[in-house]
Design a protein around this ligand. Structure first.
Ligand code: FUB
Ligand code: ZN
Length: 651
């Protein structure tokens, strides 16, 4: 399809976030962050080649692209899908933009142009653009149901795609569409007009990014307006209270995250963007405190967010059920987005720790090893004979798409832009936050400090940083030492030194091209426990190895023992087993036992509770094989659990 496109600079992989105000750390300049091999590159390749192609087909078969054609008048029919279906296209376009920036590809480029043209054609003459709304509702109904109709949410995703497209592919068609939307929004929601609050936050961070890209102050003002207006209970609907919408208390007064997890986290990310651009240190400090409370009381060991199916919401403090846990893939992504902004603003590596935990254990479980099948919900346990409770239930196994398809394209854009989460720069140097093979460069004055990372992380803890380019003057190179690391050695050329527990190691000196700095992190598997108030995990341990949380899955177990009956002895030695299966993960064998499974007759017919006695119930010795949680359900969805009851409580 021949389309006309507006363009400017050539393609290069650029950042989703580029702050204007001064921050403690800065994202690397366009083209200066490149994952080139190893674990994450494998995931990115499957995302680029397989997921984006499959996503394009899904957007077609689900009617999502047709919605735009019909709205533009080039096709006929009815709108299909969710009211916010447009956002699936925008997230896919955002991912495609980063991929074109990574490496030119004629198929991706032509699909980008084709889909962008569909979007542009559906825009109405006054700038309004929401294809499903246009087809289902009259113009007089615009913005009459802000709680549910997601018009502003879809604009948020449009703006983010447009910024990615302009920054990474040099094409500005989507940016032009977005600026027409912005003019329209300023006319509708600007000072003295409609005093609405977005039912689903997202537009806040997108407006700030649009401001960063274009310098349009009215975008920043609108973001501020939406943020400040929120928290007075305007929003309710579909049986939901303001809490669900993060509209119960103003952001500056909220003491914790609550309600719908993705809404709460996108809002917090947008608030952080505003705090950065407004140099609002009070707001930033408040957000950091809310984040800390969230980590302490409402975060799964995986970094997953939101424990309730009802309202896809955060539960009460420590309400972190395992089998019924929700941990939507989008919520894991949103947590990464918020933590990234806090990291830039503060320079505090604890946010990079959370980014690592969430990427490996809350986002990555959301996509199959092949890259084309997804989980929407990420429970920490699946029982035998688990009932499917809806299309998003993990008991279905992974799926190519969902009726509410927010997660798959969200994973796609996250993997495509992952390079930008690895490192940052300051005036005098480079900071390495994640360990992904590739090259990362900071501008130091008019010179460059460039480092190449080589590693088999997360399976192996040895990370080599080779200086590729060094300035003539002294510079700073810092490396995060993960909070989980019990022992880590850093050899910066003068012998290995123990560095675990330091959070970060900073080297300040003149570097020379070719020199190597080696970080060696002990990857010995370790057991972790949950706070006792997390009833669902009490008396149980979870296994971690490096940054990975592990799970036992039925497919790996020998004999008749069933995962539901697992008991482990955390004081016994474990045995690591690198395996060829599952993309070469390291499996870990755990000493334990199996409790007696209820007999079929007991399940069906007898009262299951009995009088307490001091005598332990009989168990059968068993070795349980554990694999990284992210790799589960790649051989069908069978019984699985992350939290493993301790045998001592059962003997
Ligand atoms: O409402 C849009 C998206 O759909 C949310 O972010 C997801 O949680 C799902 O409900
Ligand atoms: Zn989702």
């Amino acid at each position: 399809m021949a389309v006309s496109t507006a363009s400017r600079e050539p393609s290069t992989l650029a950042a989703p976030v580029r702050t204007r105000a001064r921050t403690a750390l800065r994202p690397l300049a366009p083209g200066d962050a490149h994952i080139s091999g190893g674990f994450w590159r494998t995931r990115q390749d499957r995302n680029r080649v397989d997921a984006l192609a499959a996503g394009y087909e899904q957007l077609e078969t689900s009617g999502t692209l047709d919605n735009f054609r019909i709205a533009a008048g080039t096709s006929t029919g009815h709108a299909r899908g969710m009211i916010f279906q447009d956002s699936d296209v925008y997230k896919w376009l955002e991912a495609v933009a980063y991929e074109i920036g990574r490496a030119e590809d004629p198929v991706l480029r032509s699909r980008q142009q084709e889909v962008t043209a569909l979007v542009a054609a559906a825009q109405q003459s006054d700038g309004y653009l929401n294809s499903v709304h246009q087809l289902r509702h009259g113009p007089e109904e615009r913005y009459t149901d802000l709680a549910w109709n997601h018009e502003l949410y879809c604009y948020g995703h449009l703006f983010q795609a447009a910024v990615a497209q302009a920054r990474s592919t040099g094409e500005t068609t989507l940016l032009d569409v977005s600026l027409r939307v912005l003019d329209h929004l300023v006319a509708v929601f600007g000072p003295g007009h409609h005093e609405g609050v977005p039912g689903h936050p997202e537009i806040e961070m997108a407006l700030v990014e649009l401001y960063r890209e274009t310098g349009r102050n009215d975008a920043l003002e609108l973001a501020r307006f939406f943020l400040d207006r929120r928290g007075h209970g305007y929003l309710s609907g579909l049986g939901h209270e303001p809490t669900y919408f993060s509209d119960r208390v103003p952001v500056r007064e909220a003491s914790t995250v609550e309600g719908h997890a993705v809404r709460a986290l996108y809002l917090a990310a947008g608030a952080t963007d505003l705090a950065i651009e407004d140099a609002d240190t009070e707001l930033l400090a408040h957000l950091r405190s809310v984040f800390a409370t969230m980590l302490a009381t409402k975060t799964y060991v995986t970094g997953g967010m939101g424990s309730r199916w009802a309202g896809e919401a955060y539960g009460d403090p420590y309400e972190l059920s395992t089998d019924h846990g929700y941990a939507e893939t989008c919520a894991g992504i949103a947590a990464v987005q918020w933590a990234w902004r806090l990291l830039l603003a503060s320079g505090d590596e604890q946010y990079a720790d959370l980014i690592e935990r969430a990427l490996f254990n809350a986002v990555l479980p959301g996509v199959s090893l092949g890259g084309t099948e997804f989980f929407y919900v990420n429970p920490l346990q699946l029982r035998s004979n688990a009932q499917v409770t809806g299309g998003t239930s993990a008991a279905n196994g992974r799926r190519g798409w969902f009726q509410c398809a927010c997660c798959p394209p969200n994973v796609m854009r996250t993997l495509s832009s992952l390079d930008q989460y690895v490192a940052t720069s300051t005036d005098d140097g480079l900071q390495i936050h994640q360990f992904a093979n590739g090259t990362y460069t900071a501008e130091v004055g008019s010179e460059r400090l460039s480092v190449e990372i080589t590693t088999d992380y997360p399976h192996d803890g040895r990370i080599t940083l080779r200086v590729v380019e060094a300035p003539e003057v002294a510079a700073s190179l810092s490396v995060r030492i993960p909070a989980w690391a019990g022992s880590a050695l850093l050899d910066a050329g003068d012998g290995a030194q123990e560095v675990a527990g330091s959070g970060v190691q900073e080297l300040d000196r003149q570097f020379r091209a070719g020199e190597e700095i080696v970080l060696d992190i002990d990857m010995t598997p370790r057991f972790v426990t949950a706070p006792h108030r997390v009833d669902a995990s009490r008396g149980a341990v979870a296994l971690e190895r490096g940054p990975l949380v592990y799970a036992i899955e039925q497919a790996d177990q020998e004999g008749p023992a069933v995962v539901d009956d697992a008991l482990v002895d955390p004081s016994a030695p474990v045995v690591e087993r690198p395996i060829d299966d599952l993309d070469g993960v390291v499996a870990v064998d755990l000493t334990g036992a199996a409790a007696a499974a209820p007999s079929a007759a007991a399940i069906d017919r007898s009262w299951p509770y009995s009088t307490w006695t001091p005598d332990p119930a009989p168990v059968t010795d068993h070795v349980w094989r554990a694999i990284p949680y992210f790799a589960w359900a790649n051989r069908g969805a069978g019984p699985m659990r992350v939290w493993l009851p301790e045998i001592s409580g059962s003997r």
